[in-house]
Design a protein around this ligand. Sequence first.
Ligand SMILES: [Zn+2]
Length: 154
Amino acid sequence: MTKMGVVLDGEAAVRTRLVERTCAWCGTVMTYGGRGRPPKYCTAAHRTRAWELRTAQARAERPVTAGGRTTAPVREVVERTATRTVTVAVPAPPRPAVRMSGKPYTLPEDAVEWVETLKALRDVAGVGQIYPFREQLARICDRTAQVLREAVPV
Ligand SMILES: [Zn+2]
């Protein structure tokens, strides 16, 4: 930066004056005619850009609560959803079991037949071939009773 002024050097008076200056934004050389305040920028656009940069920096440096910019790194939360196709084996519809003799028998056909079949089971619970399996039959009856109570009409 050139200073203007008069320096006494022995008997000679030495005068210094600004002749040219570079733009503080772009560096373009600007000649100075000596009248008025010497310009800092070559154009109003460069003065505006410099002002925008200064004020933006000042705004960014304010506390975050006052509108400033945070110095914390950007954090992200991602949600990951995986889709998997699962093939479920659908139980085959009940089919008539086979008697120990090898001959098929049929299931009861309606509610009345089911009631009679279960009553018959109840009556033979302590008898011969049923007795050893009474616990297994009781579990099946418990589960069946639960399903019957929770059944939804189709
Ligand atoms: Zn400029």
